[in-house]
Design a protein around this ligand. Sequence first.
Ligand SMILES: [Zn+2]
Length: 297
Amino acid sequence: MLQIGSHVNYGSREGLTGCVRDTILNGGNAFMFYTGAPQNTKRSPIDTKSLQEAKQQMEESHIPSSNVIVHAPYIINLANRLDEEKWYFAIHFLEEEIKRVHQFGFSYLVLHPGSHVKQGVDVGIQNIIDALNIVLKDTKDYPVMILLETMAGKGTEIGKTMEELKGIYERIDEKERIGICLDTCHLHDAGYDLTDFDAFLDLFTSFLPLSLIHCIHINDSKNERGSHKDRHENFGFGKIGFDTLLKIVFHEKLKDVPKILETPYINHLYAPYQKEIEMIKSKTFNAHLFDEEKKTL
Ligand SMILES: [Zn+2]
């Protein structure tokens, strides 16, 4: 069965129940959320009543816990140790986030590996490894897996190549708690050709085992391959294209891996996910999918 969903908003009032409701409305059986604003580290305590309600709804709607992904805020930068205090703040925040994911009863936390801010890739990678080894040791009792996301290589981002991700993975003490989140837009922007996805998977497995992949961000890209821009486009409307993305969504080897849409809102107003999921299920591209929403500028 297709495992698909989108990024949904975790509201401070509704908590997780809003995420589940939106996922059901979108026709999905998977979702991803930030436990607070993605650009900051302010987090409020989990409302256990809303959590219980959400869990019940998930069960009734056949959304397995393994299809729920938490995304760490993108300001967390483990690669930058120029300011020791900030580096430790990021470590401690990540530890708290892992505990939160565990409290929710979920298993996966997606993390951008970090940006080396001109210290060089090797220094950046070493900082990430040191930070992750501290985090994993400190959170032994919270068996959450950190999924390192493949990055577009914007600015000084680390994780834009399989070599870099392997370089991190190899030197992690507790490897069983590290996985990978593929992002199709990022891979394309980083320069990887996804048109022959089997060839890409062969390349991937020459660096890392396929079993490490526990989430796929399924986004089209506004830019040409290798642009290092990281600008997401709606499914089938970008430079990767419908056919290639569809092949990835339905790929036999990754059929149990949740696919998460992080595609842009139409006119910054309309969430595209319901229509995109419907189109994906129909396996037929509709160039006019958002004509109505686009008219209402
Ligand atoms: Zn991400």
